[in-house]
Design a protein around this ligand. Structure first.
Ligand code: MN
Length: 765
């Protein structure tokens, strides 16, 4: 059979994909198309762990039942945009593939390279591994519960030694424990240290664990396989598929979640999405949590040199009042940094870099530069103690630096150069993988410049806003915070220096239509992406949907200016997606809301959508005000760009009203002989009747027959109201005497019902 080939393009890379329908996992009918889809969707997360690492592949071109082979050397037909690195082995030099972009994973999936096995170092730092691995390999027919037990014991053991172990299913029989370390030692030093650790652990667990590789010598015990830590050895990657029956994945899980796992093949290509939706990438802090390979021991004494450097820090603070840390000794893990968002007299950022036992500190009024070459002023402040790296809290009024302090970014960094008054360094933190230069110009004045931005996760505008799930009832739980559901135009507001742009939910730039929103002076930050709702309000502060829609459709400068005066818009902001160059979608909602609150001046035009913990009180108040509904939002929920998520639940009110039936359209199909929908007239306070549109749902055949019977005596030749309907020709008109009750969601721009449902006839007594 001829190969079926399709040509596609992913982020500008042209790819030839073949045999999409080929089944590679026969027992569960997983096709190559499904595998490509999986790798494409997981790529942004998976790349964090395999990017720039030399790769070994296991390919299964004819499916997992028909054999496999290892591929180390880059195939001849590899596209030129896929990078590689030569590694000299004793016999030959092998060109290993490197993955840097989503398209590479699709290309690999197309080769049926189901399994991707990276090395433990980056191609740029070949001699310095950045993690070590314990592969727990149970005996044949071993009990998975026992492997789990060993994993938990190993976790405690490693944590007591100062390490931060991460766990994933192997997708086969056992579990993989990965331990990030600061890349400053050779492979040999690392292997030696891992051996020492493993020997101590096995000595403590002689009945369940062994280091013996040979199957005979294992004696029914679990092998703690540490030999893969040698240079150029590989282990299956986090999120890689396995060539095993059932299409399992080697999937990162939380230690808590491990308790619920029954088999290392539990997570598969068919069910992983639910884990991912629930937990996200649980290895997120992998690089930030890197420890020194041989952790330095805790000292109980404060080094007098350090105490001297912190003299200024101590003098400025009253530790009976401020919650800031004093000089407790801290175990350090190498070069650590943090950036704090400090809502003091002026909102600013504080950069702190570890050096010689203290944190060199700078206040950066406008935030770290976000574009290469951009220079920002940094004010050198007093050295801070190491404990300040994780400090968050409120510094009380009257104290030095009074105001809220948050950790905005936290991780490790490497010095690229250190001279007195001039430093270069590269940060490694989620969303802040960047190289900077900072140098003194005069006294305490320094300049910070962005040299290089290594963040691969760049989100380009327009952004699709997160969508809410629906709940019929108000969920009441302390995990939710509640706010009004504003009925207007969902908008993404982008602030960049002097410029403000407004995008609609569909990504259309609607800035021109809302000139009053385009004022960057209303923001405290240099850059931001906010989520909100543009509304026009009536005198009671209720959104007028038709007015704001009409604003959006107004064209021409003079018409827009006129409409702006007549129906000024207000934008309720309720979320923040990016703040000064860092995407914060993975921060919990409460933190995003807190940062959003200080990022703009809540005034007439931009307003904070107020939140409440008492959902019922808000619900009752909003219903009494005839608003559209309320939102319940998970306080810890992430911001899921473009995706519907139950982190947010909308609860809409529906309103009941009574109307006269003024006619009907003839039924078609299974409603032939009956009616299609009924025209409704609403009695107004002044005694007139107002046309409200039609209702076409809420009845079964029995109800319809009953209604048809009631209609018989009421038929008239001419309709009883003036308004034109879309069905004037095809309608049968009735004397408006039959009163019925309907329910609707809201009113349309022309004042007719949105989503009306028939409830019952009201027979006057
Ligand atoms: Mn500060």
């Amino acid at each position: 059979m001829a190969k079926q080939v399709i040509h596609t393009e992913i982020e500008g890379r042209k790819l030839k994909i073949s045999n999409l329908q080929k089944v590679l996992y026969p027992a569960v009918s997983v096709t190559k198309a499904e595998i490509i889809q999986y790798y494409l969707s997981i790529a942004p997360i998976m790349l964090k762990y395999i990017k720039d690492r030399p790769l070994t592949l296991i390919r299964f071109p004819d499916g997992i039942d028909k054999g496999s082979f290892y591929t180390k050397s880059k195939p001849d037909w590899t596209p030129s945009w896929i990078k590689s690195i030569g590694i000299a082995h004793s016999e030959e030099t092998i060109q290993y593939l490197l993955a840097h972009e989503n398209a590479t994973l699709v290309w690999l999936a197309n080769l049926a390279a189901l399994e991707i096995h990276p090395m433990q170092m980056f191609s740029a730092e070949m001699e310095k591994p950045d993690h070590f691995i314990f592969d727990l390999d149970p005996p044949p027919n071993g009990d998975f519960q026992v492997v789990k037990q060993i994993a938990f014991e190993l976790k405690d053991f490693l944590e007591n030694k100062g390490y931060a172990p991460f766990v994933k299913t192997s997708g086969s029989k056992g579990l993989h424990i990965f331990v990030p370390i600061i890349p400053e030692h050779t492979h040999e030093d690392m292997v030696a240290q891992v051996k020492t650790l493993a020997k101590i652990f096995v000595k403590q667990h002689p009945t369940t664990c062994t280091l013996a590789m040979s199957k005979e010598k294992r004696g029914g015990k679990t092998l703690i396989d540490i030999f893969r830590n040698h240079k150029a050895h590989t282990t299956v990657a986090p999120y890689s598929m396995r060539g095993k029956s059932g299409a399992p994945l080697s999937f990162p899980i939380t230690w808590e979640k491990l308790k619920d796992i029954h088999n290392s093949k539990d997570i598969t290509i068919r069910n992983y999405q639910q884990y991912l939706d629930e937990f996200g990438d649980v290895w997120e802090t992998f690089y930030d949590d890197a420890s020194a390979l041989i952790p330095s021991s805790t000292t109980d004494e404060i080094d007098p040199k350090i105490a001297e450097k912190l003299d200024d820090y101590i003098k400025k603070r009253d530790f009976d009042i401020t919650p800031e840390p004093s000089l407790a000794p801290v175990k350090t893990r190498g070069s650590q940094f943090c950036v704090q968002l400090h809502n003091a007299q002026n909102l600013h950022y504080d950069l702190r870099l570890e050096k010689d036992g203290v944190l060199l500190s700078w206040a950066i009024p406008k935030g770290l530069p976000t574009k290469t070459g951009l220079k920002r002023l940094a004010i050198r402040t007093e050295d801070h103690p190491m404990k300040y790296l994780d400090f968050e809290g409120v510094i009380p009024k009257g104290q030095y630096g009074a105001g809220e302090m948050w950790v905005y970014a936290r991780g490790s960094f490497v010095w690229d150069s250190q001279k007195d008054g001039s430093y270069k360094f590269t940060c490694k933190a989620d969303g802040l993988n960047r190289s900077y230069k900072i140098y003194r110009t005069k006294d305490a004045q320094w300049i910070i410049e962005l040299i290089k931005n290594n963040d691969f996760e760049k989100i380009s505008l327009p952004i699709d806003p997160m969508l809410a799930g629906v709940s019929k009832k108000l969920p009441t739980s302390s995990k939710y915070t509640y706010e009004i559901k504003w009925d207007g135009i969902r908008s993404i507001i982008h602030v960049d220096g002097k410029y403000v742009s407004v995008y609609s939910r569909s990504g259309r730039n609607i800035s021109t239509q809302f000139p009053e929103l385009l004022n960057s002076d209303l923001f405290e930050v240099e850059q931001g992406i906010f989520d909100g709702e543009i509304v026009c309000l009536d005198e009671q502060g209720r959104p007028m949907f038709s007015q704001v829609i009409s604003r959006m459709h107004t064209k021409g400068e003079s018409s827009i200016n006129l409409a702006t005066k007549k129906n000024p818009a207000v934008c309720y902001l309720f979320d923040c997606i990016m703040l000064d160059g860092k995407y914060i979608t993975k921060e919990p909602l409460l933190r995003r809301q807190a940062w959003m609150k200080v990022a703009f001046k809540s005034a007439n035009i931009f307003r904070r959508s107020e939140t409440m913990d008492d959902g019922q009180a808000l619900y009752d108040a909003a219903k009494a005000m005839s608003l559209e509904g309320v939102m319940a939002k998970d306080k810890n929920g992430l911001y899921t760009i473009g995706q519907r998520s139950d982190y947010w639940l909308k609860v809409k009110f529906r309103i009941n009203e009574q109307c006269y039936i003024a006619g009907y359209t003839k039924g078609e199909g299974d409603r032939s002989g009956l009616f299609g929908s009924m025209h409704l007239l609403k009695p107004e306070d002044d005694g007139t009747l107002k046309y409200m549109g039609k209702v076409g749902t809420g009845f079964d055949a029995k109800k319809m027959k009953m209604l048809m019977k009631r209609f018989e005596d009421l038929v008239i030749d001419k309709k009883s109201f003036k308004e034109k309907t879309d069905d004037d020709k095809d309608s049968v008109w009735l004397k408006p005497e039959l009163l019925c009750e309907i329910q609707f969601a809201s009113l349309s721009s022309t004042g007719t019902y949105r989503e009306p449902v028939f409830l019952k006839l009201i027979d006057k007594q």
